[in-house]
Design a protein around this ligand. Structure first.
Ligand code: ZN
Length: 409
């Protein structure tokens, strides 16, 4: 019949370009990865353009596409996915931003965009921001990791097409928030954001936590920088669209947020941090367990992307080997369709995302085995799946799980 459940493993930023120091191979090609290679030998491989050929995807839109959601329709900005990822309650029509606590000097210049990477006291500072009052709208602040937080503006006649106040560089003044279209709604939102920024400066400057930080010679978190404007509207879930009851195992809030947006249950896994230090094996074990009561499990590993952005091919190779080791025993999941892929390439030479397609392999009951020998960018490009787009993956997966219905008579 085929598999009845699927596990999708996304290795963030996995794809790369040939590297001289690795003899013209990519970190994935050069890595020792017996488990990934076995999946390729027992599966069908191909390459995938997460958004479209040559497009350099952000992780948010790339994951939306892989889950079957056209990012041009569903991706407004990163704020909303970060909000969902930290478990914030949002409502239709909310305008959602990310913000940073930052350190400002007396002249209003940003001395440090991350307020010395403040760790302690942000909960109290966020609570103090709750005193900001803007007539006609409700404001919701929530703390994130370290210097980061989320702001939602709730009310009517609000637009989301507004600019960031983050100057992206220390030593500059924060930018005024400006409308990016000609609507009255966006103009109103920009005006509200600027008022919030001004009131935040007043409240935070005299907050006891900042007094204490200054007394210790630490940078104060005496202002906020706002970015990533987005708009929330609930879409149809994976269950409705593909019959998939999903669970998510990820460390990073963005990935949890996208998973939540498409209707997955986000599992909290101890030791899943979205960093090099994450518990790779613990995450895999949690994903296997989640297959008991879900027919679709998304398992996300961030580390390859971090190594790519650090421009460190040997580190990238090492984390790929660690992920491969962490999924040891995956071949014993006999009635499960396993998919391994990436959300984009992060070539070490670029230290950022590229538009290169990513390798993908599907292995499990019902899959037409294509004779591919290993899992890497070169082998995958000769595989039987050919070249697909991110949006093609969920229909292919649902079809292999026999959840798809017939098109026409
Ligand atoms: Zn990514």
């Amino acid at each position: 019949m085929g598999a009845s459940k699927a596990m999708l493993i996304v290795c963030d930023g996995l794809g790369d370009r040939p590297i001289d120091a690795l003899g013209g191979r990519t970190p994935l090609k050069a890595a020792y990865k017996p488990n990934f290679d076995r999946l390729a030998r027992r599966g069908i491989s191909g390459i995938m353009d997460p958004i479209a050929p040559g497009i350099r995807p952000g992780s948010g839109p790339a994951h939306l596409a892989i889950f079957g959601y056209d990012p041009f329709q569903y991706y407004t900005g990163r704020g909303i996915f970060e909000a969902l990822g930290v478990g914030m309650e949002v409502q239709k029509g909310d305008i959602v931003f990310r913000f940073n606590f930052a350190s400002f000097d007396k002249e209003g210049r940003v001395i440090d965009r991350r307020a010395g990477r403040i760790r302690e006291g942000t909960r109290e500072l966020v609570k103090a921001l709750g005193d900001i009052r803007i007539p006609g709208v409700e404001l919701i602040f929530k703390e994130g990791i370290e210097h980061r937080g989320i702001l939602a503006i709730r009310g009517s006649h609000l637009g989301w097409k507004v600019s960031d106040t983050d100057p992206q560089k220390d030593g500059l003044k924060a930018l005024p928030c400006r409308p990016l279209d000609r609507t009255e709604e966006s103009r109103r939102t920009a005006e509200i954001v600027n008022k919030i920024v001004d009131q935040a400066l007043e409240i935070l400057e005299r907050h006891p936590i900042n007094e204490a930080r200054k007394a210790k010679g630490e940078l104060p978190a005496n202002g906020i920088l706002i970015r990533g404007s987005s708009y929330y509207e609930e879409g149809p879930g994976l269950k409705e669209r593909f019959g998939l009851v999903g669970a998510c195992v990820a460390g990073g809030t963005l990935y949890k947020g996208v998973a939540k947006f498409v209707g997955m249950e986000v599992l909290e896994v101890k030791g899943a941090t979205g960093t090099y230090g994450t518990d790779f094996r613990g995450k895999f074990e949690a994903a296997v367990k989640a297959l008991e009561d879900h027919n679709f499990v998304f398992l996300h590993f961030k580390a390859p992307d971090l190594a790519g952005e650090d421009g460190d091919p040997l580190k990238k190779l090492e984390v790929i080997e660690r992920i491969d080791k962490a999924i040891s025993g995956i071949e014993e999941l006999r009635d499960i369709l396993i998919v391994v892929t990436a959300d984009h390439s992060t070539p070490c030479a670029l230290k950022t995302h590229s538009g290169d397609p990513v390798p993908i392999v599907l292995s499990g009951p019902g899959v037409r085995i294509d004779g591919t020998e290993g899992f890497d960018e070169f082998s995958a490009s000769k595989g039987g799946l050919g070249r697909i787009r991110g949006l093609d993956l969920m229909p292919i997966l649902a079809d292999l799980l026999n959840l798809a219905s017939k098109f026409g008579a």
